[in-house]
Design a protein around this ligand. Structure first.
Ligand code: ADP
Ligand code: GN1
Ligand code: MG
Length: 365
């Protein structure tokens, strides 16, 4: 659908003329655009996002979370003498002071962020150092959020990482088989069913209180952290849609499933998809050093398992969407979600083989 970007941008507190507005980044959920605006003869970049309001049905609640967290972060950064426009995701408010604009003509919700300059969100790890730095970034972010009052947050997507419920949804999708594809993916279906026992471990530890529930990011992929172009050091954690209560094992695990694979998440040639144990060690080192004493024993004991679990959950979600007929994740080609599921399953096989080594590494730090 074509949007009237000029009109949309004019609703926000931006004093200038829109030069261009093109699709940007690799996100699967929202539609992200790079908006270039002429402000007094200077080109200024902004990130414009069409919020996925099919998924985030309470846009007001979602945007209020983002407003609270980004303003909290900005104050902290100012207090330590940093640059809040660069080190935090920062909203550009509408002319009426709102965090988003609802376009009545196209019934779509938009938000604008200041563009974080001289920084990159990597799609794959190009240097081990980058992965280490992303771990430091997410570890520091977790520390910062520990001081944030979680009761102020609206739970945007309840049960987001509840693997037991994800498994039930997978079974429903299998039974309904809306796409008619179940017969073609019997091997992948068996892979998921064989590992059902993984689902309840962390859910139960959280429910019993043995593992602490913390404010977590819940989408800690490498491409949700911006690293400095030149130094490779952390600049900002982005993509704050899913900040909710959860386990740090989920956040740790999601970073590992995405970053320890030198290939893309949707690589079709599975011989290129491998779990890189050296990258795993880099991440453990960065994450544990940033968390220091705030990580409890039960959390530490479950970090390695969290990596397998998050990879399993994500693969299961991709396969569920393939069976449902690609209704959740944006796809760019036929069987795209199946390709994504297969990379996750390949990584799980590797991790299961290397599990003892992973535990040993976690114990070192
Ligand atoms: P999604 O939820 O769809 O993943 P993101 O918020 O992660 O969307 O944005 C997608 C991509 O856009 C990011 O990976 C990053 O490359 C880029 N991006 C997002 N916000 C900013 C920002 N404030 N400054 C610069 N780039 C950004
Ligand atoms: C989605 O928005 P994006 O691309 O950062 C998804 C994550 C998945 C990820 C898989 C809200 O994240 O949970 O792990 O795709 N986000 C949501 O790449 O469902
Ligand atoms: Mg993202």
């Amino acid at each position: 659908m074509a949007y009237d970007f000029e009109k949309i941008i004019s609703k926000f507190d931006i004093k200038g003329t829109l030069i261009s507005c093109e699709r940007y980044g690799e996100g699967h959920i929202n539609e992200t655009y790079l908006a270039v605006v002429d402000v007094d003869g200077q080109k200024v970049n902004y990130i414009l996002q069409k919020i996925n309001s099919k998924l985030f049905t309470n846009v007001e609640g979602l945007m209020n979370n983002i407003k609270l967290v980004t303003e909290f972060n900005r104050q902290k950064i100012i207090a330590r003498g940093g640059n809040p426009d660069r080190e935090s995701l920062s909203l550009v408010y509408t002319n009426e002071g709102k965090a988003y604009h609802h376009c009545k003509c196209c019934d779509a919700y938009f938000r604008v962020y200041k563009f974080i300059t001289d920084a990159i969100a990597y799609q794959v790890v190009e240097k081990p150092e980058h992965f280490y730095q992303s771990a430091v970034a997410f570890g520091n972010f977790a520390n910062l959020l520990a001081e944030f009052d979680a009761t102020k947050l609206y739970e945007v997507l309840p049960n987001f990482h509840n693997t037991v419920i994800r498994f039930e949804n997978f079974l429903k999708a299998l039974e309904l088989n809306k796409s008619g594809r179940a017969k073609e993916v019997e091997k992948e279906i068996k892979f998921v069913l064989d590992r059902k026992d993984y689902c309840s471990r962390i859910v139960n530890l959280l429910a019993s209180g043995e593992m602490p529930t913390k404010v977590t990011h819940n989408d800690t992929k490498l491409n949700n952290v911006m690293l400095d172009n030149k130094t490779g050091e952390p600049v900002a954690v982005i993509d704050l849609d899913t900040i909710m209560p959860g386990s740090i094992c989920y956040d740790f695990g999601d970073s590992i499933r995405f970053g320890c694979n030198p290939a893309a998440e949707d690589e079709q040639d599975l011989s290129k998809v491998n779990f890189d144990i050296n990258l795993f060690e880099q991440y453990v080192k960065g994450y544990c050093s940033a968390l220091g004493d705030s990580i409890t024993k039960i959390e530490k004991d479950n970090l390695a398992f969290g990596a397998i679990l998050m990879t399993y959950e994500c693969g299961m979600r991709f396969l569920t969407d393939h069976l449902d007929g690609d209704v959740y994740f944006h796809i760019k080609r036929e069987n795209h979600n199946l390709d994504r599921a297969r990379t996750q399953f390949k990584l799980i096989e590797d991790m299961e083989r290397l599990y003892d080594k992973m535990l040993e590494i976690v114990n070192k730090y």
